[in-house]
Design a protein around this ligand. Structure first.
Ligand code: GLV
Length: 325
């Protein structure tokens, strides 16, 4: 019996490929860069399974040009690059990889928070440029954690993992999300629910953990930045589109807020000459929230398991649109 054809849009950790190699007829896009959209369009016409990444645009046109497609399996937790509605209408399940990347992403959030508040990258540059001559009583002073308030927008899996770290650092942690958590969970996490506006006004550090949707697109814009403290820092390890970057650049340049650390931007990568990259109170990293060995290994396994289930007509272990069954 012939094996189902599958296209994988980049090399993924071997653990995932090992699960697939005897069961499917595999084609992998071997280049470092994502396949161009035209190639993706071409490839999906033949395959039954697509294993894709957040860098691939899986839109209505693409899904509708895939007559044999039985499953889309994304190796990421976020899936804003995929037109879920069209996939659902076509009866195609979409898989993703929640859970396994929670701790790694929360760790990176914490690393960015510490790095921007204690000016680690700035200090590193200072040394590399040979500017450091002696210990200075007033040199490179940063923000204090003692008595500070961390505001978390979106308290799902990753937001909660960040809140737990906040508790460990004795921060006061407040949060906002559309649906308030149960009191017992709030208590366990040591978090207090506040309105969106209150969070913006009261937080010393704000960390974003919502998915990117129509509702959260540019959630943080000019008005929101104006409400923040001048001493506040903004951290984003979720999706670039949640922040209006022009408004952020302006706020940073005008001293409306103290700094920003962004693992995600819009677009990715930012053009080399982008204003954000010229500001000393900004850290930008290349979307590495889940980039730890074990995490990516687990993500590849999960993506392969979702793919295999879909090819066999079984419910995906982690399905974004389970209502199709
Ligand atoms: C990474 O951003 C992911 O969604 O997994």
């Amino acid at each position: 019996m012939s094996k189902p054809k599958v296209f994988i849009t980049r090399q993924i950790p071997q653990a995932g490929l090992d699960l697939l190699k005897d069961k499917v007829d595999l084609e992998i896009w071997e280049k470092n860069e994502p396949p161009p959209y035209s190639i993706l369009l071409d490839k999906v016409q033949e395959v039954e399974g697509l294993l894709c990444l957040l860098t691939d645009q899986i839109d209505q046109q693409l899904i509708n040009q895939a007559p044999h497609l039985k499953v889309i399996s994304q190796m990421a937790v976020g899936y804003d690059n995929i037109d879920i509605n069209t996939a659902t209408i076509r009866g195609i399940p979409v898989g993703h990889t929640p859970g396994v990347l929670t701790e790694a992403t929360a760790d990176l959030t914490w690393a960015l928070l510490m790095a921007i508040t204690r000016r680690i990258t700035e200090a590193q540059e200072y040394i590399k440029q040979g500017k450091w001559t002696t210990w200075q009583p007033m040199g490179l002073l940063g923000a204090d954690f003692v008595g500070a308030t961390l505001g978390i927008i979106g308290l799902g899996r990753i937001g909660q993992a960040v809140a737990r770290r906040g508790k460990g650092f004795n921060l006061k942690v407040i949060y906002h999300k559309p649906r308030r958590l149960y009191p017992k969970l709030e208590q366990e996490l040591g978090v207090n629910y506040v309105s969106f506006e209150q969070l913006l006004k009261e937080s010393d550090f704000i960390s974003l953990h919502t998915p990117l949707t129509e509702r959260t697109y540019h959630l943080i814009g000019e008005n929101e930045l104006k409400l923040m403290k001048q001493t506040a820092f903004l951290i984003n390890t979720a999706r670039g589109g949640i922040i209006d970057q022009n408004a952020l650049c302006y706020a940073l340049q005008q001293g409306q807020i103290a700094g920003a650390a962004l693992d995600v931007t819009e677009p990715e990568p930012l053009p080399k000459e982008h204003q954000l990259l010229t500001l000393s109170n900004v850290i930008v990293t290349p979307h590495i929230g889940s980039a730890s060995y074990q995490t990516r290994f687990q993500m590849a396994i999960m993506a392969a398991q979702n793919l295999l289930a879909g090819l066999q007509g079984q419910p995906l272990p982690n399905c974004v649109n389970p209502n199709i069954y």
